[in-house]
Design a protein around this ligand. Structure first.
Ligand SMILES: [Mg+2]
Length: 185
């Protein structure tokens, strides 16, 4: 099968990095698992401008960007999926500069993966044509894939647990669960 993966929040754990950056930039402690735009801005922890600056720093600078930690179980799962003969494509909303950092990070982690960066606020639908499976931690990114990608999965985190995925996607709690699910398709 052709499997598409989102990058931030699926391969890399950006919640931890956002939490670290909020502390460094603004002296605030915001737990990683709560670090999602609508929660942080909606809850009055950061202004929209502060959030934007933080994002620019963690996605757009190598000093911070390369500090991302991998999501637990990711390496084992990707090796397993490749060993089963599946094809993997990373489809991310990162723009060009941020994409280069993600690629550099992946190479440093020993991952040889193909990437498509569609750019911020652009639908992933065109890039995902031909994929059998796609997993993202952002429900908004999965919605346009209905009718395009047959098997859509939402990588479950505390920060998206309040959302009703309905028929848009099936929730997956971990990389181990993702592998088991792929095996059963
Ligand atoms: Mg993501």
């Amino acid at each position: 099968m052709k499997i598409g993966l989102d990058f931030d929040g699926v391969l890399s754990d950006c919640g931890k990095l956002k939490s670290y950056a909020a502390n460094k930039l603004y002296g605030l402690y915001i737990p990683p698992e709560k670090f999602k735009k609508e929660i942080v801005i909606g809850g009055g922890h950061l202004t929209a401008e502060q959030y934007h600056n933080l994002q620019k720093m963690i996605y757009g600078t190598r000093e911070m960007g390369l500090l991302m930690e991998p999501v637990g179980g990711m390496f084992e799962a990707i090796s397993q999926l490749l060993a089963w003969g599946h094809t993997i494509l990373i489809v991310t909303s990162r723009g060009q500069a941020e994409l280069e950092i993600a690629k550099e990070w992946s190479v440093k982690q020993g991952l040889a993966l193909d990437f498509i960066g569609v750019g911020c606020s652009v639908s992933k639908a065109t890039a995902c044509v031909g994929l059998d499976v796609y997993i993202d931690d952002d429900l908004d990114k999965l919605e346009p894939l209905v009718g395009i990608v047959e098997h859509r999965f939402l990588f479950s985190w505390d920060y998206n647990s309040h959302l009703d995925e309905g028929t848009i996607a099936e929730r997956i709690g971990s990389w181990v669960e993702f592998c088991k699910t792929i095996e059963s398709l």
